[in-house]
Design a protein around this ligand. Structure first.
Ligand code: FES
Length: 192
């Protein structure tokens, strides 16, 4: 017998068998790879629940902030003081490094004035991922360094964000992203 693709009597050789199994495995692999894509197009209730998060904000005192996880990312929710709101509102666009609002609720290219960064002045809600290289900034838990602008501070390379989550100093190029959110009541906010 030679190393042809079949024996003289037409029976598949061992090499044929390997080729056939390879093709079957590849087809199965393609199907397996495709399934998550198809499945993602039919989100069930549990998937929809995962895409949003309802947070009780009633216990966050003025001046405090919390961190919650949403879609695998940290989100900071800060209950701002009257002084912080006044300071954020008084900051001119010319003082900002990034003048875009980056607010998913609004249109990301709107101006980054404080009013375009939130829907309720008392609450600043931002994705807690530094826009430089993705570290999680400090400033949410009590006693953490809030940086030179009393907002959030990323110690990885020294980026300072203000109380509206806008980058003011350091290597980060963009303001912290504002995720989609809506207040369901005075005490509950839905993120996503
Ligand atoms: S990752 Fe935040 S300053 Fe570099």
């Amino acid at each position: 017998m030679t190393t042809t693709d079949s024996t003289d009597d037409g029976e598949p050789t061992r090499r044929d068998f390997i080729h056939i199994m390879g093709a079957v495995t590849a087809a199965a692999g393609a199907g397996a790879a495709l399934w998550p894509l198809i499945d993602q197009m039919n989100p069930d209730a549990s998937m929809l629940a995962l895409s949003t998060k309802e947070v009780d904000i009633s216990s966050i005192a003025v001046g405090q902030a919390i961190k919650v996880m949403w879609q695998g990312k940290p989100v900071f929710i800060r209950h701002r003081t009257a002084e912080e709101i006044a300071e954020a509102e008084a900051t001119p666009l010319t003082a900002l490094k990034d003048t875009k609002a980056r607010n998913d609720n609004l249109g990301k290219s709107a101006d980054a004035e404080d009013a375009n960064r939130r829907s309720d002045a008392n609450w600043m809600i931002v994705v807690g991922v530094c826009t430089h290289l993705g570290c999680i900034p400090l400033g949410t838990s009590s006693g953490e360094n809030r940086g030179d602008y009393n907002g959030w501070f990323c110690p990885c390379h020294g980026s300072h964000y203000d109380v509206a989550g806008r980058i003011r100093r350091g290597p980060a190029p963009d303001n912290l992203e504002v995720p989609p959110y809506a207040f369901l009541s005075d005490s509950v906010v839905k993120i996503g």
